[in-house]
Design a protein around this ligand. Sequence first.
Ligand code: GLC
Ligand code: GLC
Length: 828
Amino acid sequence: MNTFGYFDDTNREFVINNPATPFPWINYLGNEDFFGLISNTAGGYAFYKDAKFRRITRYQYNDVPMDNGGRYFYINDDGTVWNPGWKPCKTPLDSYECRHGLNYTRITGVKNGIKASVLFFVPLNTWAEVQKLTIENTTGKKKSIKLFTYTEWCLWNAATDMENFQRNLSTGEVEIEGGTIYHKTEYKERRNHYAFYAVTNTDVNGYDTDRETFVGLYNELSQPQCVMNGKSTNSLAHGWSPIASHYFEITLEPGEKRDLIFLLGYVENDHNEKFSTEDIRRKRNGEIISSQNSDVTLVNKEKAHKMINRFSNVKAVDDAFTELKSMWDKLLSVFVVNSGDERLDRMVNIWNQYQCMITFNFSRSASFFESGVGRGMGFRDSNQDLVGFVHQIPARARQRIIDIASTQFPDGGCYHQYQPLTKRGNNDIGGGFNDDPCWLIFGTVAYIKESGDLSILNEMVPFDNQPGSEVTLMEHLKISFDHVVNNLGPHKLPLIGRADWNDCLNLNCFSWDPNESFQTTENKSEGSKAESIMIAGLFVFCGKQYVELCKHINNFEEADRAQLYIDNMIDAVKQFGWDGEWFLRAYDFFGNKIGTKENDEGKIFIESQGFCTMAGIGLEDGMVDSALDACKRHLDTPHGMVLNNPAFTKYYVEMGEISSYPAGYKENAGIFCHNNPWVIIGETVARRGNDAWSHYTKICPAWIQDQLLHKVEPYVYCQMVAGKDAAKPGEGKNSWLTGTAAWNWLAITQYILGIKPTFDGLEIDPCIPSSMREYKIRRVYQNAIFDISVKNPNGRQSGIKQITVDGTPVTGNIIKAEPGHHLVEVLM
Ligand code: GLC
Ligand code: GLC
């Protein structure tokens, strides 16, 4: 089989041993304020908090060759020029390895007896990326090499950086102080931040800061002029494109090894402390070099100096790295499965949890498929992401819930997205996605069930971030629920608005103008009858949780009121949302059915099957089983279930973007991995463990065999895998930032392995394949540590005979979170 790498579970790493992966395989650095994306050839970029407004280094998207721009180290060894990460020179290496670990990456290249290994990571609570380069002469002879670093600055706003060249090519400014290159474009006016790239533990022999001088106007990054000439020029950036490159002449004795520490950092200064008068004198002495003649705009470097000093020795760097690793040890100790199947264990114990943290942090902003300039934090996306993360750091999930709820409107509707830097709703996208409000209930309930913290319900949360408009979060949940109730269509099913979960089912858009956005255009909505059965299922699924919550806080009146609406919705689905064998998807503007066997294309859709079965609608009438069978018959493929079938082959103006995609891609019959777990969970509602498992393993990265076909990273879920109508079924795209991570986490941990937080404790309710005869789980839950051992001697798929906690049988299947360490034995 085609492989480019393998899992190293002991070190929690994925090891890439061929740099020419079928697509750049990336990793994420940093997890609070300062972030980096890094590919297996050291491509990628860094940013502070917001990938659009505070981009620190520049990246060329979708370029030729692929993956240009990054943190590059060039070695000129007697005329042979190479990079430890293979790119950009692509000089064949004697050996290459990239280890992507949890928030760090280590890339090692060997050429002609020189071994260069770079560890990249962002230390905890630090606004900087550390790059520790270890360079070793493995030969028996003395060697002299020239080493150059290279990184290109982005002019902060990543969007205008890519388009406003009449300005950009005149604004670049830098300062140089020894081995530190400061990027200070726009600092003299409104910005109070700058970036720097420093070598902290050795002197430089030169530098360059002007791209054209370093690379050469008609050269490529594979042959930068200075590197080829074996000498830097100490160039100064004046406008054009500022870069940072250090130059070293290094001699290594046989067997000698040296560590060089680099720091790519970001600093903010108060407005009245932006400039340094002390540096005027140092500039006159030649200690500081500035691209501007003016003395009064020299940056105040105090905070940069502090960071540089802190990481000026190997021990400090190694300690910071150990600290990062311990953080992950701790995060991953909350849920540990030991199943005997290494694929399942590595997904659950390492990669799925890691991906959940990444999607929680980044939402859909920055990946190699999301440019970081387009999308802010999604209301629906972030609520889903937090359920995959909440067990790790509940306090951060709590904060996120408040931030999200603060962008809601008084009628329960909400901005579809907000910008992480300002936390304000995004006016360009607006609202009107009628599934959005339900997700706030979903996220909040998950938080409370994990943490037991009911106090969040009393937090005062504004509308649209307007001071003075605050009501309790509980009130926000109520209006979220009521937003559905208040927006019902002719069949008493929820009106869809601009779209529901499926951004591409645009039933009020009617667009013939290619310059219109499908997401923000509503050409027709007056008199619209467009209703969503997906929202109906979502409403029942989340509504039941809302009722449970109301009862838990003794608000029985509200629980009864809400239950009535849920019952009505279930009736409406049964009466108007059932097609005989499966659930309909929607009614269009005119009231015509979508997702019915009466149609030629798009007869069946996954979303309504997923949500209605998860909600258990019609379980007693056989609807759930029937819908799940239909998914198997019409949607399933060897790579997972497609979103709809048959795919749309022409444009249907009344359906919008969904029919704009070629058949088999994205929302048009792609395997949209995100909603596969909905059906998996539906299978557990129907108690069909074998089917749940079969669906689970089809999209689970650890089961991927052909890494060439799959194309994108084999250690994380991607949003979409090409469906059966596509040119290459099984080819993945849009990896990393997808709700797939959180949903699969829920599916496997809560519904298949069956360890589910509730308001009263941990519920144990496995729904597993009959071949799974036993497994063990460690679950840290509130103040308790549970060591749970499940035995399934008779090969059942569900059902529990007995549970004992510390030897004592319990009634029911909920175990209380009593403080301390408990042994739980479960017999199926
Ligand atoms: C993308 C969006 C998500 C949407 C899905 C389906 O993944 O991030 O919000 O639900 O596409 O259109
Ligand atoms: C496109 C994509 C969809 C995504 C949306 C976000 O419609 O197909 O997946 O959610 O853009 O704007």
